[in-house]
Design a protein around this ligand. Structure first.
Ligand code: NAD
Length: 303
């Protein structure tokens, strides 16, 4: 069934999600602070609105895909935000911004008769393009069941995590903390192999058929690093943000996370040395610098 949907945040993830929703026959009322991103969505069939409140004045269901907890708070509850739009009944947050902001936004919207679901996604820009994301939704079960067909346009693996708002966020943060930590470890060992003179392509290929393989070695090392394009499509600062949020939740639970905390330090050092806006796969380039080697150079030296 075709619906009128609001969508705020047309970035690396939001833009392909909106394209898929439009292709599935939905009407999308969109807003982004970035005029170029908004114009691109309009060229695909979305209708621009001048602000978030204007979107929520017309759309009963609004999805958001925003970079930070502050942006989510601002868009949902800030001046000119979604809470000021009279039509809004269901708010679905696809961003990764932690359980606490999800709960705060849900509490802020509830008195206005708005139900909030957190539904963070995993699978990267390629997953958003292909509609193969994992969607980890939590909150009111009936609201989830109603919006499920829409979520299934953007995700091939849509899971109801639990009825407590924020549980989707917690699962997503646990996943990303593991992905980020395994990428940090992969960078160190790949630099070690290159320094020892292993052929980088052969090394990554064998690892990806052996017990050391992971999403990081398969999707970060094999493509973006070996091609030297460093173009996975997820910024290092967003990965570091996810690690910070995850470790804050861990600390609130009284947990010590020595391995993940050490990995977070690596991202901090890498960002201090380069651009935080760099692709997450650039962590390999920074690690190569510390090791005094380069995956591509090691291959050339071998030849
Ligand atoms: P992005 O920075 O590319 O896009 C965010 C968009 O939000 C930008 O276009 C920005 O202009 C817009 N925006 C920011 N503040 C706004 C405001 N106040 N009002 C309106 N628009 C505003 O980020 P992204 O990579 O698309 O990620 C979005 C979310 O999805 C993040 O929480 C991220 O952690 C999560 N995520 C990203 C990936 C990925 O691979 N990129 C994967 C899974 C989850």
């Amino acid at each position: 069934m075709s619906e009128t949907l609001g969508f705020i945040g047309l970035g690396a993830m939001g833009a392909p999600m909106v394209r898929r929703l439009l292709e599935a026959g939905h009407r999308v009322l969109a807003h982004d602070l970035n005029a170029v991103a908004l114009a691109a969505a309009v060229s695909r069939g979305a209708e621009a609105r001048g602000g978030t409140a204007a979107v929520a004045a017309e759309a009963e269901t609004v999805l958001v895909s925003l970079p930070t907890p502050d942006a989510v708070r601002q868009v949902a509850l800030g001046p000119g935000g979604l809470a000021e739009g009279g039509a809004l009944r269901l708010y679905v947050d696809l961003s990764t911004t932690g359980a606490r902001v999800a709960q705060a936004v849900a509490a802020g919207l509830a008195p206005r008769g708005v139900v909030a679901l957190d539904a963070p996604v995993s699978g990267g820009v390629a997953g958003a393009e292909a509609g193969t994301l994992s969607v980890m939704a939590a909150g009111d079960r009936a609201a989830f069941d109603r919006i499920r067909p829409v979520l299934e346009v953007i995700g091939a693996n849509t899971v109801f995590v639990g009825d407590k708002v924020g549980q989707g966020q917690t699962l997503k943060l646990v996943n990303n903390l593991l992905a980020a930590t395994s990428w940090a470890a992969a960078c160190e060992v790949l630099a070690m192999g290159a320094k020892a003179g292993l052929d980088p392509e052969l090394m990554v290929g064998v690892i990806n058929k052996s017990s050391g393989r992971s999403f990081a070695t398969e999707r970060f090392a094999a493509g973006p690093v070996l091609s030297r394009r460093f173009d996975f499509g997820f910024r290092m600062e967003l990965m570091a943000k996810d690690m910070r949020l995850a470790l804050e939740e861990a600390e609130a639970l009284g947990l010590v996370m020595p391995t993940c905390s050490a990995a977070k330090l690596l991202y901090g050092l890498a960002m201090a040395q380069g651009a935080p806006g760099a692709d997450v796969t650039e962590l390999m380039r920074v690690t190569e610098g510390w090791a005094g080697t380069e995956l591509a150079a090691a291959r050339r030296n071998e030849a």
